[in-house]
Design a protein around this ligand. Structure first.
Ligand code: SAH
Length: 382
């Protein structure tokens, strides 16, 4: 394991890698202690699973574009400000994606295209988003522009693809609102299919610009394999994959289950999930686009039966509606994956008060050098 302490010249202004001055082993024990403090009263916390090479793990990279004088700059927003700190390479991002962003910046200059100014709401390029399939090798570049009109589009696209033939698809997304959201409503494909595919745990997944996909594919395999171990499926169970994103966990679980149901709020992710089921020829799965809480309330009212619920909510954790209905549905097992152990501890406390016992706690380091902690808790009905 790496003992190197990373030296990032942007660390202070960026603020993204809060733990970067700690050697990696200390980062891991820091996270272990955090989970023990929050969840250790229920059960022994298994040792956090770290990365062998905890650098350049991010498969999704985004850069903001702006201007300093006449010069176009690209990089990250200085923490808690709207000021862009120029960054050409980052210790946790995919280096190929960083390279492509630098090329785009140089091309803007040579094509005399401007960066978008989101105060004056004028100009052209606002952000670049890149997603890379580490195992498939596919690369999607999304040019987020403030306007639809793309001057010298054909020449620009050709110049970019000539310099980076490894790009498999190029998308323009238009974001003309005053918003902190990266992507706007409208998109058009400039080259290729408009999505990438990626291999994970022996399955193939489609990833489109807007759908959530785990950012650290190496550790995602570790995380999913642990979660499925904890689910202890025998082939007879009906499994609910709640907050399912593009359906990854449910699809990977499907050969070991009788039936799988996935629920997810983001319509683009649900579309991808349905395609992913087809892509992998999975017959025993269905997906619903709904708020997970509302879905659970309806399921509880109609007397649906789930043997195992795997849940992976966003940082805010599950809603009270979701948890109350989970108690009513009374699955034998709940496998709770979380990227925020604080809300997870709050939700686990509720489940423990209402008839569940914690069986396993397993932190996984999905975000080396940052303070973020991922943790799986498995619970069984008493
Ligand atoms: N399990 C997936 C996604 C986890 S991220 C994976 O491993 O890839 C959390 C997901 O919850 C996101 O896809 C997000 O769109 C979805 N989500 C957020 N709020 C939701 C809600 N209220 N109901 C259902 N899904 C929600």
């Amino acid at each position: 394991m790496s003992k190197q302490v990373s030296k990032c010249p942007h660390a202070k202004k960026c603020g993204g890698c809060q733990l970067q001055n700690m050697i990696y082993e200390r980062q891991l024990s820091f996270k272990q202690v955090k989970v023990i403090k929050l969840l250790g009263k229920y059960r022994h916390v298994d040792e956090i699973i770290g990365m062998e090479h905890p650098y350049h793990y991010r498969n999704k990279v985004q850069a903001a574009f702006g201007e300093r004088g006449k010069e176009i700059i690209s990089g990250i927003y200085q923490s808690s400000t709207h000021k862009i700190v120029p960054v050409d390479s980052c210790l946790i991002e995919d280096p190929k994606a960083d390279e492509i962003i630098v090329t785009i910046r140089k091309l803007l200059n040579s094509f005399k295209l401007r960066a978008f100014n989101d105060v004056a709401m004028k100009g052209f390029l606002r952000h670049v988003l890149i997603k890379r399939g580490f195992s498939s090798g596919e690369i999607m570049v999304v040019l987020v522009t403030g306007v639809m009109d793309f001057p010298k589009q054909e020449q620009f696209v050709n110049a970019l693809l000539t310099r980076h033939p490894e790009i498999t698809t190029l998308v323009q997304n238009v974001n003309n609102k005053r918003t902190s959201l990266l992507l706007g409503e409208e998109s058009r494909v400039l080259f290729g299919s408009g999505y990438i595919e990626e291999d994970l745990c022996g399955f193939r997944f489609r990833i489109s610009p807007k759908a959530f996909y785990q950012v650290n594919p190496t550790q995602t395999e570790v995380l999913y394999n642990k979660a499925l171990d904890f689910a202890e499926l025998s082939g007879k169970e009906t499994v609910l994959d709640a907050y399912c994103g593009t359906g990854t966990i449910g699809i990977i679980a499907s050969p070991k289950a009788k039936q799988v149901v996935g629920v997810e709020l983001n319509g683009d992710a649900v579309k991808d999930a349905k395609v992913n089921a087809e892509l992998n020829n999975v017959q025993n799965i269905e997906f619903y686009k709904d708020d997970a809480g509302r879905f659970m309330v309806k399921a509880a009212q109609t007397g649906a039966q789930y043997d195992v619920v795997i849940m992976d909510p966003p940082r805010a954790g599950a809603s009270l509606d979701f948890l109350k209905s989970l108690i009513t549905l009374a699955p034998k097992k709940v496998v709770y994956i979380s990227c925020n152990p604080e809300t997870q501890a709050r939700d686990v406390a509720f489940l423990v008060k209402n008839g569940y016992r914690v069986k396993k706690i397993q932190p996984v380091d999905m975000f080396p050098h940052t303070e973020h902690v991922e943790c799986i808790v498995s619970l069984v009905r008493k």
